[in-house]
Design a protein around this ligand. Structure first.
Ligand SMILES: [Mn+2]
Length: 333
């Protein structure tokens, strides 16, 4: 057992009430990790509560059926009050306080007891008592399983824990296909099926829940808005607020669209620009020798993994896209 894991185990043993905090706009790994950790702690006779900075998208809500959780955005006082009385704060699937948003960051900055970060994004900030950072691991969910295994606590991993871990691994690896997947990933997945995790149900609940509006928005985006950069394996789609409104846009409706761009034969970088109330939200994906995290950090206040990064721009759509085009040479290997 490494010192880190020993400290984690001691911290868990010494805790009673626990607050679990994933990042804002939680994806499948954030929700899956939070759910898995919730059940794992519950099975160890702790009192966990998840606080989401904002409401998870509708397709993730079925995973929260039997979970105690708060949404900071709508219950800030209750969330802060709860944090006052917790022994331990677990920050999952993010590595910088800013990732929970301007408001919910108070949960971290005002937290008086022990805090633990467990995460797989590169370049962590130093903001917790104990930091377990493994950028080589495909998902926070897999990292949680590895921590539990190393703590010798696999006996408290049941089907509920397993479902969260499966969800996190599946969604952060494009259904087990990214280079970040390793033999350990498949070994863990096998263990999860042994626990009774119904993998097909998890796939169905993530992939077979498209609304007609979402599919038609996607059709419009690919048909009318896809731009392929001449002489470079780079393509992008931009969607304005007005275009989104035309298809009754709901949070999560552009999920996966950036991967569709990347699936064009011979293309290695994909970008998706989506206009929101505060500015332009950007998703970058890449493969092979093309990396997007540093590019996004440098030009679009973003970051993430080398093959998957987010970004943001306060400029208009056209200015943002011009900036992307101006600097895209930096994306070339
Ligand atoms: Mn993740």
């Amino acid at each position: 057992m490494t010192d880190e894991i020993k400290r984690l185990k001691e911290l868990i043993n010494a805790s009673n009430t626990v607050l679990i905090l994933p990042h804002k706009a939680p994806d499948g790994d954030a929700v899956g990790s939070a759910v898995a950790w919730f059940h794992f702690l519950l099975n160890n006779n702790k009192k966990p509560t998840i606080v989401f900075p904002d409401r998870p998208a509708a397709y993730l809500l079925p995973f929260l059926d039997e979970i105690e959780y708060l949404v900071f955005e709508t219950q800030p006082e209750k969330s802060l009050e709860l944090a006052q009385h917790c022994d331990t704060l677990f920050c999952l699937d993010f590595n910088d306080p800013s990732r929970v948003g301007k408001e919910a960051v108070e949960l971290i900055s005002s937290f008086k007891a022990q805090s633990v970060m467990i995460d797989h994004h590169p370049f962590p900030s130093d903001f917790c008592t104990l930091q377990i950072s493994k950028p080589s691991v495909c998902s926070t969910a897999q990292l949680l399983f590895e921590c539990i295994e190393e703590m010798d606590l696999l006996s408290s991993v049941d089907k509920n824990v397993g479902q969260g871990i499966y969800l996190g691994i599946m969604t952060d690896t494009g259904s087990f296909r990214y280079p970040s997947v390793d033999a350990k990933t498949h070994y863990i997945l096998g263990k999860l099926l042994d626990l009774g995790v119904e993998h097909f149900k998890i796939h169905e609940s993530i992939f077979d829940v498209n609304t007609l509006d979402k599919l038609q928005l996607r059709g419009f985006a690919i048909n009318e808005k896809l731009v392929c950069i001449p002489n470079h394996p780079i393509a992008y789609i931009s969607l304005t607020k007005e275009e989104l409104d035309r298809f009754n846009y709901q949070k999560g409706d552009t999920e996966g669209l950036v991967n569709v761009i990347l699936s064009i034969e011979g293309y290695s970088v994909a970008a998706l620009f989506v206009e929101s109330r505060d500015g332009i939200k950007i998703s970058f994906r890449s493969k092979g020798d093309y990396f997007v995290n540093e590019f996004s950090a440098k030009h679009f206040q973003g970051g993430g993994h080398k093959y998957a990064a987010g970004g943001f721009s306060e400029d208009t759509m056209s200015v943002t896209i011009e900036r992307f085009k101006t600097f895209l040479n930096e994306l070339l290997p």
